[in-house]
Design a protein around this ligand. Structure first.
Ligand code: ADP
Ligand code: MG
Length: 675
């Protein structure tokens, strides 16, 4: 029997059992052994009856006075009662319908009882405790995820059976030298510890090893499969045109922008493909960094593609670039879904002929018939909005073009490593000068009128503002609600002001139109749904009211708030909510106490737990069994050693790395779509 042996070869696993196990993802003996317990019951610390806590599970060693007596209390319900003692105190024990366990207890014999001890000081009691023989009973016992028809205990038994056959199913995928260096437990020992821990320390060592393995394979996999790290590119960016570009700007670059540009250009002028993540909080000026690189690429004769997740954003970037590149020979085109068919054909033809130097657009850019003649640089804005599937699609239209992905969702560096693998990272950790801090308040609906008056005051001073209503998500009724909400405001509280509405169900053209009128100052107050969440830049807007603020996650609130505080005026964000629950209150508290996107992202992570980021749902990545996002120290270590090994043996062809290479393939198999 080896790890690939079908689970049906285990004693007691027939067709039916096998099917139940399949539901848990267990097909082979190896799957079973890698099916780690989700938790443990600590039977190793034995307490006396008197010392047993009232509110927590514990393990009591006691002898039963007499065989439990059964009494039928009603149809289908028999209770069994006995009394046990640890020589110091008495404890009543009751089982409901559990004939099997009850009748196995013998008078005068000692057992371990696990559960909560209730009752009072004079006489304590345990109801439906778990029971174990003394021998081998006082240990950490595994608790497995179970499914209907197969419980935790049954799984434990099967694991035990597998180990009766042999104890070395796995070949260690971690090279021995690495294991030695990091004092990592050998794989078979570690896995055995997971199921049958010797004690808490050895268990935690086993976990550390398995977490390391998981994160290490994951990192290696990303590095290998994306593989762009050391790839040479035929793109020849000979000269840096940043200085020339800077002279065109209406402002001076911040130190952070300058650094990000230098780091990028240094890489682009080498002959190794750039593969970089530009992280910057909202408003940190990522677009200017992108434009600088595009400028240098264009001046070196290369085309650039700049992709954004929404039409509004693509249009905005187009406008920005048109301004930055005014009176140059750089030809710019905008390609989005709403461009007419004839225009699209024209753009695509010019692009293929190399007559367009910069194409800006949405998903439309990755369609099959979009071709480039000399694609040298690919930039993706708000990267996290695109699925893994879309990521490589644009780059594959050129021959190893340099890539820059920009993200305004500041995610902790460690997470960036996880999700983006072996990217180089530039961080814009400095806002352009003169930015006024945003003050944020959280109020309840009773104070809404006051908030609106405050908005009016700003509009009267010539500023602009947003009111975010979260009402439009799916479906017409909610859409109607948003329309009505906006109408009520424009006819009621804000009559005499110019109020616009922006929502997700609008046609791209209509959205553009509204945004243009807002950017131009014609619309003073923009009532919007979350479509304003990403990237929209109107520096004159200084106030934002967010209705039903409790409905948004932290990162989303931060993104929304990032629409203000972008100019030289002091900005205010008012969160309206009546929600009293703890989670909502905590989010409000974080929002009102900081505007630091990294801090907020950290908090967001803590509140959401790791499940949200791992797993295929969000990023299309393989799922982690033991590792969590909070395992950052191990992750950093894993990353370091993964880099080391890859640079030593890029194709993992050395004998010592064979098992490693196989393990990676296994982890990244099937559903994971790489591009
Ligand atoms: P984000 O990083 O959120 O995408 P943007 O690129 O939209 O930020 O820039 C936000 C605003 O800051 C824009 O109006 C832009 O013109 C302005 N800006 C960018 N860099 C600077 C700078 N160095 N000095 C002053 N303003 C700047
Ligand atoms: Mg942006």
């Amino acid at each position: 029997m080896d790890k690939l042996t079908d689970i049906r070869y285990l004693k007691g696993v027939g067709e039916k059992r096998a099917e139940l196990l399949h539901k848990l993802g267990i097909f082979t003996v190896g799957d079973l052994l890698r099916f780690y317990p989700r938790d443990y019951m600590d039977w190793s610390k034995i307490t006396s009856i008197t010392a047993a806590p009232y509110d927590a599970n514990c393990c009591v060693r006691a002898a039963v006075n007499h065989k439990p007596r059964g009494a039928k209390i009603r149809k289908g319900m028999t209770i069994y009662k006995t009394v046990a003692t640890d020589g110091e105190a008495l404890m009543d024990i009751t089982f409901f319908n559990n004939k099997y366990t009850a009748e196995a207890l013998e008078a005068g014999e000692e057992y371990l009882f696990f559960g909560k001890v209730g009752g009072n000081l004079r006489r304590r009691e345990m109801t439906s405790p778990l029971v174990s023989k003394i021998e081998g009973g006082a240990r950490l016992k595994p608790i497995y995820h179970q499914s209907a028809g197969i419980n935790s205990k049954a799984i434990e038994k099967l694991v035990g059976q597998a180990y009766q056959v042999r104890s070395d199913y796995f070949t260690d995928c971690l090279p021995e030298s690495l294991r030695d260096k990091l004092c990592l437990t050998e794989v078979n020992k570690a896995i055995h510890e997971m199921h049958f821990p010797t004690n808490e320390d050895t268990l935690s060592e086993a976990r550390r090893r398995l977490i390391f393995e998981e994160l290490f394979l994951f990192q290696m996999g990303l590095m290998r499969l994306r593989g762009n790290r050391r790839e040479m590119t035929p793109v020849r960016i000979e000269r840096d045109f940043t200085d020339e570009f800077k002279r065109r700007l209406p402002f001076t670059l911040t130190g952070a922008q300058q650094r990000a540009i230098s780091e990028s250009v240094a890489q682009m002028t080498s002959q190794v493909t750039m593969n970089r993540l530009l992280q910057g909080d909202v408003g940190s000026g990522k677009t200017a960094v992108a434009a600088a690189l595009i400028y240098t690429a264009a001046k070196n004769g290369y085309q650039s593609a700049f992709m954004a997740p929404t039409e509004i954003l693509a249009a905005q970037h187009c406008k920005t670039c048109l301004k930055f590149f005014e009176n140059t020979d750089i030809n710019i085109a905008l390609l989005t879904g709403s461009v007419t068919a004839a225009k699209k054909r024209d753009i695509k033809a010019k692009l293929a002929k190399g007559e367009i130097d910069l194409i800006i657009g949405t998903h439309a850019l990755i369609q099959n018939d979009v071709e480039f003649s000399r694609l040298g640089l690919v930039i993706t804005d708000e990267q996290h909005r695109f699925g893994v599937k879309h990521r490589g699609a644009l780059s594959s239209k050129g021959e190893h073009p340099h890539t820059l992905v920009m993200s305004a969702t500041p995610i902790p560096r460690t997470l960036a490593l996880m999700v983006y693998g072996d990217l180089d990272v530039s961080v814009l950790d400095e806002l352009p000068p003169g930015r006024q801090p945003i003050e944020t308040y959280s109020i309840d609906t009773a104070k809404r009128a006051r908030a609106f008056n405050y908005v009016k005051k700003h509009l009267d001073e010539g500023r602009q503002g947003y009111i975010v209503c979260p009402l439009v998500e799916e479906g017409e009724t909610e859409l109607a609600a948003a329309v009505e909400y906006a109408e009520n405001l424009s006819k009621g509280f804000f009559s005499g002001y110019s109020v616009g509405l922006l929502h997700g169900k609008m046609k791209p053209k209509e959205k553009d139109d509204v945004m243009a009128r807002f950017a131009g100052g014609e619309i003073q107050l923009l009532v919007a749904t979350t479509v304003v969440e990403v990237g929209v830049d109107v520096p004159n807007s200084v106030i934002m009211v967010i209705e039903n603020a409790e409905r948004f996650g932290l990162s989303q609130l931060h993104q929304l708030r990032g629409r203000i505080g972008r100019g030289q005026y002091k900005s205010t964000c008012i969160l309206i909510t009546d929600a009293q629950n703890e989670a909502a209150q905590r989010r409000m508290k974080i929002m009102t106490s900081t505007t630091d996107g990294f801090k907020i992202a950290d908090e967001d992570l803590k509140m959401r737990g790791p499940g949200d980021f791992f797993g295929s749902r969000q990023h299309g990545l393989p799922e982690m069994k033991v590792a969590m996002l909070t395992d950052t120290a191990i992750l950093a270590e894993a990353n370091r050693f993964a880099r080391e090994i890859i640079s030593d043996d890029p194709e993992l062809q050395k004998e010592e790395n064979k098992t490693l290479s196989e393990a990676i393939r296994e982890m990244f198999s099937s559903e994971y779509v790489m591009n």
